[in-house]
Design a protein around this ligand. Structure first.
Ligand SMILES: Nc1ncnc2c1ncn2[C@@H]1O[C@H](COP(=O)(O)OP(=O)(O)O)[C@@H](O)[C@H]1O
Ligand SMILES: [Mg+2]
Length: 309
């Protein structure tokens, strides 16, 4: 498990990261979202033991980043936002080099290399020179080299930047697979839709502060002022709308078409159930009544608007 305990970082007079706390369990895929300059890279570099915190610390499976940085490094795979690959090196040689650095025993290296190539879908490129790979493949190779020592925590700093949609989709699938393998994955992005969908946990950072942290739906609920319900009523939808307008926890009702109503609702789940009972008891023929999927992007904008230039 990863426990981040009040991490802060000052650059001169600037507090780039301010008292960030959260915890993640094996299998968690954490989307670390924030605008440019919000403090994502600084946080990740502290977790990678490459940058000393001004205050606070973190521990990974009992190893503290301050007291036992080497113990932490053995357990992490860090993919920086900008990375270079070596030219004139074949894909397998590149991985063999990193496996050696991470003291993977010589006998095990060929199998480890084959395994990470398969996982990152690069088996066919084993003998290729790294400079001949596409950007998406280079990104996957960089991820492959982060995996040779079977780390428990992966720190991926904006891994999808500069990738085309297809390469992004492949990367997402790969990241989800790492979560299913029981690793903790931290993946940062300044583009929220990039992370929605495959992260089970999100955190929103702005000006160094973690404004929200938790399961995606919980975060949305926490920030959202109203839930949006949609009802489809076979006839007399207009009358139903008038009735709904009189309910205190209904903020507004708008017709979508002849049968459908969009209801902005502030009440609890119990009150939501009561609302449906009442429609039916009054004789309205309801064929659909549901909560529209909350939009994480709206939540993000609501939390962060204008806080960073
Ligand atoms: N080495 C540094 N020296 C001074 N300020 C820095 C340094 N690195 C980052 N910063 C500042 O710290 C803040 C957070 O930066 P960073 O962690 O890179 O954000 P993000 O990765 O979310 O874009 C920004 O205001 C940035 O300008
Ligand atoms: Mg960054």
């Amino acid at each position: 498990m990863l426990e981040v305990k009040g991490l802060s970082k000052d650059y001169g007079g600037l507090r780039a990261v301010d008292d960030v706390k959260f915890a993640l369990q094996p299998g968690d895929v954490f989307g670390f979202i924030g605008s440019n300059g919000a403090g994502k890279t600084t946080t990740i570099r502290m977790l990678a033991t490459l940058l000393e915190p001004t205050e606070g610390t973190a521990s990974l499976n009992g190893c503290d980043i301050l007291d036992d940085p080497m113990g932490v490094r053995r357990q992490i795979g860090y993919m920086p936002d900008f990375f270079g690959l070596y030219d004139d090196v074949k894909v397998w040689e590149y991985l063999d080099f990193f496996a050696t650095i991470y003291s993977v025993p010589g006998r095990q290296r060929p199998k480890v290399i084959d395994d990470v190539l398969e996982l990152t879908n690069l088996t066919g490129k084993k003998e290729a020179f790294v400079q001949t790979l596409s950007r998406g493949m280079q990104q996957r190779l960089c991820l492959a080299r982060c995996l040779v020592h079977d780390p428990t925590l992966l720190l991926l700093d904006e891994p999808a930047s500069g990738l085309d949609p297809r390469a992004r989709a492949e990367l997402k699938e790969l990241i989800a697979e790492l979560g299913r393998m029981g690793k903790i994955v931290i993946v940062s992005s300044h583009i929220l839709p990039e992370l929605a969908g495959f992260c089970n946990t999100v955190g929103i950072i702005e000006r160094g502060e973690l404004l929200a942290f938790g399961p995606v739906d919980q975060i949305v609920r926490q920030v959202q002022v109203a839930r949006i319900l949609e009802a489809r009523i076979l006839d007399r939808a207009g009358e139903a709308a008038s009735m709904l307008c009189g309910v205190p926890s209904v903020a507004s009702v708008a017709p979508i078409d002849e049968q459908k109503l969009r209801i902005e609702f502030h009440g609890s789940l119990d009150e939501q159930a009561d609302l449906l009972s009442r429609l039916i008891a009054t004789g309205f023929r309801v064929v659909d009544f549901r909560e529209l999927e909350a939009n994480l992007e709206d939540v993000f904008l609501k939390l962060t608007t204008g806080a960073v230039n």
